[in-house]
Ligand binder design. Structure first.
Ligand SMILES: [Zn+2]
Length: 357
């Protein structure tokens, strides 16, 4: 495996793209930062149980097309490049794009990173530290397992009531409905909610390593870091921060940063809020992240963002959520701010909201 080298200002300038469309679109794009947020890159039907389907951001083939497009039309940057620009140590190239992943899925290492490394594209992964190498599932992956494994064709499901489970489509829909309901309840009681779901669906405990193989472990993280992948913090247990007390939020943020610092030998450069919409974090959490020494933090309010605006939003830089329904037309539209526009008039546009982050 080749080593990714962090580029410095002269090399960034030397890689400015020449095939960017001329005119107003170019001038707008040159002066804004585009940050993309992926979760998983693979096909959800490959190799048996593979977790909650909405966390799949792109198939391998779609991801290749997207990375090729970014390489041709944008100038990919790293977190380090962004922070150096904020410190006025380095210029940003025109049309900068930062490619990020949330949560810490293993396919980031096995599928996405080799595609990016081959193209010289930097990657940043935000880890929810309690799931790394622990074999503990995110609640949405646990739900997906239960709804896939249940022997029942219908059931009285906690939170969503009597549900038909006869087809794969019905099970997928039930999984999304349960996860969305559970996500908006207090983080406390999460373990009890999972055991109640398994009981309602007659699902015995999952075999060992069912979930462990979905996520990176710390040795994966250290190998990737040596190859140039950057890591940021994403809390420990991935609560929606507005649903826990300020004390718990403080612990979740600080402990995740400390864990990454300890594992990687240097403090991370960034934090990403779980779920990331405007109602999922507040100025209280921005202050905790800032006081923890993070130069920047990312939300999932849609971008891109004009470069002059970034200093006003250092603790809530917007990112564009990429989902598995984004064909190239939608992908390009999102890069050009359609999701940001639809954020304002969502009810008039048929774009999906992020299901999980
Ligand atoms: Zn997340």
């Amino acid at each position: 495996m080749s080593t990714f080298t962090v580029r410095h200002a002269p090399s960034l300038k030397s890689q400015h793209k020449k095939d960017i469309p001329a005119g107003w679109l170019r001038s707008i794009r040159e002066a804004q930062l585009t940050v993309l947020c992926y979760h998983r890159v693979e096909h959800p039907d490959d190799n048996g149980f593979q977790g909650f389907k909405p966390t799949y951001s792109a198939t391998r083939e779609a991801f290749v097309r997207q990375m090729d497009y970014l390489k041709a039309h944008y100038n990919p940057i790293s977190l380090r490049d962004l922070v150096a620009w904020l410190d006025e140590d380095r210029q940003l190239p025109p049309c900068p794009v930062l490619i990020t992943f949330d949560d810490g899925y293993r396919d980031n290492a096995e599928v996405a990173w080799p595609i990016m490394r081959d193209r010289g594209l930097p990657a940043a992964i935000f880890l929810a530290t309690e799931y790394i190498g622990a074999g503990r599932p995110f609640i949405w992956d646990f739900a997906a397992y239960c709804f896939q494994q249940t022997p029942r064709y219908s059931a009285a499901v906690p939170l969503i009531g009597w549900t038909s489970l006869g087809t794969e489509g019905e099970r997928d829909s039930a999984t999304v409905a349960w996860v969305e309901k559970r996500k908006r309840l207090p983080a406390a009681g999460r373990d009890q909610a999972m055991s109640e779901l398994a009981a309602a669906l007659d699902v015995p405990p999952a075999p060992q390593d069912t979930f462990r193989r979905l996520y990176l472990d710390w040795s994966d993280v250290q190998v990737l870091a040596r190859q140039g992948v950057e890591f940021g913090a994403h809390t420990c247990s991935h609560p929606i921060l507005t649903q826990v007390s300020p004390t718990e939020a403080d612990e979740e943020i600080i402990h995740s940063i400390n864990e990454l610092t300890s594992r990687l030998g240097a403090a991370p450069l960034a934090f990403a809020y779980p779920n990331g919409s405007a109602r999922d974090y507040s100025h209280v959490h921005e202050a905790i992240v800032r006081q923890s020494g993070m130069p920047v933090a990312f939300s999932l309010e849609p971008g891109p963002i004009a470069l002059p605006m970034i200093r006003n939003r250092l603790m809530s830089i917007p990112r564009i959520y990429i989902g598995r329904n984004d064909n190239m037309l939608r992908f390009i539209a999102k890069l050009n701010g359609v999701a940001r526009f639809s954020h304002l008039v969502r009810s008039y546009l048929p774009l999906r909201k992020p299901v999980s982050a």
